[in-house]
Design a binder for this molecule. Sequence first.
Ligand SMILES: NC(=O)c1ccc[n+]([C@@H]2O[C@H](COP(=O)([O-])OP(=O)(O)OC[C@H]3O[C@@H](n4cnc5c(N)ncnc54)[C@H](OP(=O)(O)O)[C@@H]3O)[C@@H](O)[C@H]2O)c1
Length: 322
Amino acid sequence: MAPPVIRLGLIGCGTVGSAFAEQLLVREPLLARRLGARLHLARVAVRDTKRLRPVSRTLLTDDAAAIAADPDIDVVIEASGDARASEWLRTALGRGAAVVTASKQVVARTPALLERLVRRDQRLWCEGAVAAGVPVVRALRESLAGEEVHSIRGVLNGTSTFLLTRLEAGQTFDAALADARSLGYTEADPTSDLDGSDAAAKIAILCTVAWRTPVLADDVTVTGISGVIPVAREGGWRLVATATRDGDRVYAKVAPERLLTADPLSSAHGVVNVVEVKASLAGALTWSGAGAGGAATASALVGDTLSAARQALRRLRARVAA
Ligand SMILES: NC(=O)c1ccc[n+]([C@@H]2O[C@H](COP(=O)([O-])OP(=O)(O)OC[C@H]3O[C@@H](n4cnc5c(N)ncnc54)[C@H](OP(=O)(O)O)[C@@H]3O)[C@@H](O)[C@H]2O)c1
């Protein structure tokens, strides 16, 4: 008998979406064996359907909302970063599809999505939205599910780390920013990296998962790196996200800190993110790895897609059995 087919709809085929689509093709036989079903990329939404992509032109559409609403798509993978993605994801979830997203701002600014993370909804996965390939969301969601998490600290924005380390080495801010742009470490508009709002969205998601209470990006107190640019040459400065809980209240902030060399967070360099979690039984745990880039984020998206597809398969089998 032919294996069941899980139909995927991808929204966004830029840095992250392209890397994801390429890996789906390269790993197709391996993923089918692991899942016991075939993953079929059925549609891909982009803004410009004329540009060359690593997928067949016949899959392309500029109508992301149609993919979200398509009853034949079992899993929607969102890698667009468009503010409307909040609506698309809710539409897909509302009709029973599973959803994978890389967009931190979308998750951390949508109460309905945060509520689903609180409930450990098996149809919403967002590993790639925080620290790209570093599997910290899943660790908090699953491995540490029975734990009491005391605190979370992280260097979660690679662009600010890159700039601060370049300033430490004596480069001017403008030259460091130009290098970050030419290496693809920052957007044309680096505001969200520099003002701390990118890291705020990431720590909000980690808090929500760890403490099972919705924390919005706007609940995080944020100070960007501009104030420390003149003193960055002293060395050791990083943009640090910190969160603790006191009773029902979660306190989360993002601010530049001058770290001691013994601090595990001080090992963050370039696009490497470092996250430290302190829990009652496990003690201090530290993860580090590439916090940006197509391949690292695709790793998280592929893993999440397998989890989402397993959920879709269960639904498919239940329908057949009924
Ligand atoms: N880049 C990273 O290292 C990284 C790491 C982790 C998470 N993320 C997150 O992943 C998401 C995507 O990032 P990216 O770096 O891949 O961005 P990107 O290179 O700019 O790609 C965005 C893609 O989304 C498409 N898109 C945007 N708005 C759309 C719309 N309204 N309808 C249909 N398609 C639309 C774009 O289409 P066109 O190509 O036609 O413009 C493009 O293909 C963001 O939320 C980002 O925060 C990125």
